[in-house]
Write a protein that binds this ligand. Structure first.
Ligand SMILES: [Zn+2]
Length: 176
């Protein structure tokens, strides 16, 4: 039996706290005679209020590009839209290549097309690796925004993830 290759969207939350139920007193909000679309809209709005999120945060502007990763004839894994990704997360090439090197024990290279190449077949695990990178170094744990920067604190030796949208600040814990 073969295992299917599952592409995991790296923008999906994996933090289990996001799955905890949020209780809304919906009886104050809706009337059973209302149109179901309106009911849905109202509940959704209320949910966003409860989560204290800006709706826009979770729409298009914060979406990461779908990963385009293939295994080519030279027996290398090729991440074709690597450039799009680093533009979307606003990180340096070396931030990502260093991370991949740590994960796989191999140094990736960047070709003239801006594709990231690594020898070996990593097509099925690469998306998980990238998702891990996003969870650790991009996604604001407080509000889920992907618009963040890293602030290095040389005195304390702790880096902070600063959310440019809502000004959240959280220490980066690397040994997850
Ligand atoms: Zn935030």
């Amino acid at each position: 039996m073969s295992t299917p290759n599952i592409e995991i969207d790296p923008s999906l939350p994996t933090d289990s706290s996001l799955l905890e139920p949020t209780y809304i007193n919906y009886q104050d909000l809706i009337d059973p005679t209302m149109d179901t679309d309106i009911i849905y809209e109202r509940l959704l709005e209320e949910l966003y209020d409860v989560l204290d999120c800006d709706k826009a945060t979770h729409k298009d502007e914060d979406k990461l590009p779908n990963l385009d990763i293939v295994f080519d004839i030279s027996k290398k894994t090729v991440w074709k839209n690597f450039k799009n990704f680093i533009n979307a997360v606003q990180r340096k090439e070396t931030d990502i290549t260093d991370f991949i090197k740590n994960e796989y024990g191999r140094t990736p290279s960047i070709n003239k097309h801006g594709h990231l190449l690594i020898t070996g077949r990593y097509t099925s695990i690469m998306s998980n690796t990238i998702r891990k990178y996003v969870q650790l170094f991009v996604k604001c744990p407080a509000c889920g925004s992907l618009k963040t920067t890293i602030s290095k604190n040389h005195h304390m030796g702790i880096d902070y993830l600063i959310c440019t949208k809502r000004n959240c600040s959280s220490p980066i814990i690397k040994n997850k």
